[in-house]
Write a protein that binds this ligand. Structure first.
Ligand code: ADP
Ligand code: MG
Length: 213
């Protein structure tokens, strides 16, 4: 389903490789957790998978299609960033529709479907600053899922939430993942999240893949 072969990557300013010879496979519908110390390369790996950064060696296959040189918008990968990063000047509806192709039919019903999925029906006209952190995160999830990606990438999805919200949002997120049965890669600093939800866990440290749990 997703297969990374010998991926290495270096940021221009960096002295050594940020990712070193990463090999990884994940079957369709499975959840992979990535743990490891801060600065180890976890977010960078998600950026490489999503196509925001290009590896200087190695190959990425998604659904058996070679995608190493494919542009991000053509990769069928949805990404939820650590800081949600909704567009502040756009309504909830516009944010959700952002990743849909120009000719997408029934945009409005797709937006409503996504709002329902994340329990936010009726919020389409709001702006991000009119939402709580947890609500913003749900909209960011709806935006990532709207184009029906094959893979969902989550970068520490709970790190910006108050503890009160944490429990319910965590449950909701995993309900959505289970409902859609979508292949998911989640970076988390919480080993409990990995234990509870992941089929497979890897550790990335200093750009290298360590033990698989
Ligand atoms: P993690 O998500 O595991 O905390 P990152 O992937 O964000 O780690 O970072 C890995 C390394 O790459 C760190 O040393 C970080 O400083 C560096 N880095 C991250 N983003 C950039 C960038 N845009 N340009 C240069 N170096 C970066
Ligand atoms: Mg990170």
């Amino acid at each position: 389903m997703i297969h990374l072969k010998d991926i290495s990557f270096k940021y221009k300013q960096a002295k050594e490789d940020t990712l070193k010879n990463i090999d990884l496979s994940l079957d369709e519908g499975k959840v992979l957790a990535i743990i490891g110390p801060s600065g180890g390369g976890k977010s960078t790996l998600l950026r490489v998978i999503s196509g925001l950064e290009k590896p200087h060696s190695g190959q990425i296959h998604i659904n058996n299609i070679h995608m190493t040189d494919t542009r991000p918008e053509k990769r069928t990968v949805g990404m939820l960033f650590q800081d949600y990063a909704l567009f502040p000047h756009m309504t909830v509806a516009k944010n959700i529709a952002y990743g849909l192709e120009k000719g997408f039919k029934n945009k409005k019903s797709r937006i409503n479907e996504m709002l329902e999925l994340v329990n936010m029906t009726g919020y389409e006209k709001r702006y991000p600053h009119e939402l709580s952190g947890g609500q913003q995160q749900r909209i960011a999830l709806a935006r990532a899922l709207a184009p029906s990606p094959n893979i969902l990438l989550l970068d520490e999805p709970f790190s910006n939430l108050d503890t009160e919200l944490l429990v319910s949002i965590r449950e909701e997120l995993f309900k959505v993942i289970n409902t859609l049965n979508i292949t998911t890669i989640m970076v988390t600093h919480n080993i409990k999240d990995a234990e509870l939800f992941a089929d497979k866990t890897i550790r990335i440290e200093n750009g290298e893949m360590k033990a698989i749990i």
